[in-house]
Design a protein around this ligand. Sequence first.
Ligand SMILES: [Zn+2]
Length: 225
Amino acid sequence: MIIIEVKNITGTLTFDEERHQMIRTLEGKEEAFLDPLLQVRRQKNLLQKWINAKGYPETPIETLVVISKLSTIIHTSNPSVIHSAYLPFKINELSNKYGGQVLGQNDLLRLGQELKQAHTPRKVDVLQKYKIKKENLRVGVHCLGCRALPMIRVYGKWQCSFCGVVSVDAHIESLRDYRLLLGNVITNRELRGFLQIDSERIARSIIQSLYPVGKTKGRTYRLDF
Ligand SMILES: [Zn+2]
């Protein structure tokens, strides 16, 4: 297993492994950050404990700190700190380091499921954070090809008036946006407003694919994808 801690920081980064600091120099100013090497070490310990508690065999865990901006200058001799462009090669390097398979196919699948179930996404109120009013959000189903708004419904499919892309499920992406912006439950009315659907029938067919929460009256639907 590889834990990858991605840092999106510009400037020059100096890793001081004796004092466990990461120092960023930008425009002549120095700023200290929590050492990501320490951060991944902690994550590794926690994951190791979690995996052991679930009864899996001892699984090797590698950790990497990946700097996503290619313009960032890195000062460290630690091979676990890399630029993002090197990541595929680093993964090859690490997989060559380990010979046999520790977990069988079934264990891997079960572990994947358990990790997914235990995952708790961080909740951020995006509208509040960026001071955007709900009324100012641009609604409609956006085109997966050219991002234009809104796609129109033609014979049971979404079609882009700008680039001509046709999709059966472009609304899923828009509902994902809804979930990130406004929360993971939606009412019939909110769904029709956000996707700009006039037809009760189309709204119903989309809603049937969602998980209902609560009673029929004032029912909400969980956006679970
Ligand atoms: Zn388009």
